[in-house]
Design a binder for this molecule. Structure first.
Ligand SMILES: [Zn+2]
Length: 375
């Protein structure tokens, strides 16, 4: 591990990290990465810089699946998680470690759904702490990168559009009446550039043909309201996190949202953070929306200075190529590349002649509250 000490002071290029899921997709991810895998498979998600174990059900569980790897020097690949645990201050930053320990406090995915995903929901922090022994629930957010040309009306489903009593919803779930479940949710059209905030507890689903970056709290807890997935049928026990059905369903947010509520609270508008010539950093979703994570878009033409400000970030190169220059040297950036930028990198500069677009993900906000236990 000592040989890693220098490595963890410079941006770390992550190896591709596809994860099995119960639906098909992923062709758009393969296209972006530019190497193989350009068809849809049962590995439709790329977990970027993940320290989270995928909790796939039944015989689909694989120990270590989901954990991001990198190759230090000439050595064999190691998990990013092991580097976070060995060098927490350099990697995550001292203030992060004080609050979250060695937990990365973030899960980033590229998700490319070839089909509509199942209607589901996720537990809140409070529920996770009380019933799952975790200080993280799974609030998430979607940053739409694109939609498939053959998808006529790309959409997502989110939040109740009418009054639905717990009894009525339970009956829909028991009968697996998916049409009714979908019918009581808002169907929101989406296109590239849209940002949707998905509070824990809100029932939701992503429509087919939608390609996105997804930011989440670092867990893999899903409440499968719709049990029959294309590649797997969940048992009742699996769909309710192994807990009592009524208890688990108590976390579902039954608030009725109007179309205006959706537009005001769940569709997030970008905000320019700074610009430098033709380069800019734009906040797509910030800590004023949720303390769970933040997402930004960096556009570089010429140069753009940066500073890690004592915290790590994850970068995904969405378009173009260029470089990141830092105290340790220069890191080349090419479309499809994923990087973990350790907190200790400090000031740096992005450079690109032809143009470079990156997605930057930041972990949970430092609140200065009591340190998180059991992270
Ligand atoms: Zn979800």
């Amino acid at each position: 591990m000592n040989a890693l000490r220098d490595i963890v002071r410079a941006p770390i290029r992550l190896l591709p990290n596809r994860v099995w899921r119960m639906y098909s997709g992923g062709a758009m991810i393969g296209l972006m990465q530019g190497a193989g895998g350009r068809t849809d498979t049962e590995f439709p998600e790329e977990w970027v810089g993940s320290s989270v174990q995928a909790r796939n059900p039944g015989s689909h569980f694989r120990a270590g699946e989901g954990l991001a790897l990198f190759s230090p020097g000439q050595g064999d690949p190691v998990t990013l998680k092991s580097a976070l645990e060995a060098f927490p201050a350099e990697m995550l930053g001292p203030s992060h470690v004080r609050e979250f320990g060695t937990n990365a406090a973030l899960l980033v995915k590229l998700l490319d759904a070839a089909v509509r995903l199942m209607v589901h929901a996720h537990p809140s922090k409070k529920f996770a702490a009380e019933h799952l022994g975790s200080c993280f629930g799974k609030t998430e957010a979607w940053f739409v990168l694109g939609t498939r040309p053959d998808q006529e009306d790309p959409f997502v489903l989110i939040a109740f559009r009418e009054e639905v009593s717990r009894g009525r919803f339970r009956a829909m779930i028991d009968a697996q009446d998916v049409d009714s479940m979908i019918g009581v949710l808002h169907r929101v059209p989406v296109r590239a550039g849209d940002v949707v905030y998905v509070r824990a507890g809100l029932p939701h689903a992503i429509g087919g043909g939608v390609f996105m970056v997804e930011l989440q709290e670092p867990t893999d807890y899903s409440i499968m309201l719709e049990r029959r997935a294309p590649n797997y049928t969940f048992s009742a026990k699996e769909s309710f996190l192994g807990l009592d059905q009524s208890l688990t369903l108590s976390v579902i947010d039954h608030r009725v949202y109007s179309a205006e509520d959706i537009a005001r609270e769940l569709l997030i508008r970008p905000r320019l953070v700074r610009s430098e010539g033709e380069s800019a950093e734009v906040e797509l979703l910030g800590y004023d929306t949720t303390e769970c994570f933040a997402g930004r878009r960096l556009t570089v033409r010429g140069s753009l200075a940066g500073d890690t400000e004592g915290r790590y970030c994850l970068l995904v190169v969405l378009e173009g190529e260029g470089s990141m220059n830092h105290a340790g040297g220069e890191t080349r950036l090419v479309r499809g590349m994923e990087l973990f930028v350790p907190a200790s990198v400090g000031t740096h500069e992005f450079r690109s002649r032809e143009g470079l677009v990156m997605f930057k993900s930041l972990p949970a906000r430092i609140t200065g509250k009591e340190p998180v236990q059991g992270a």
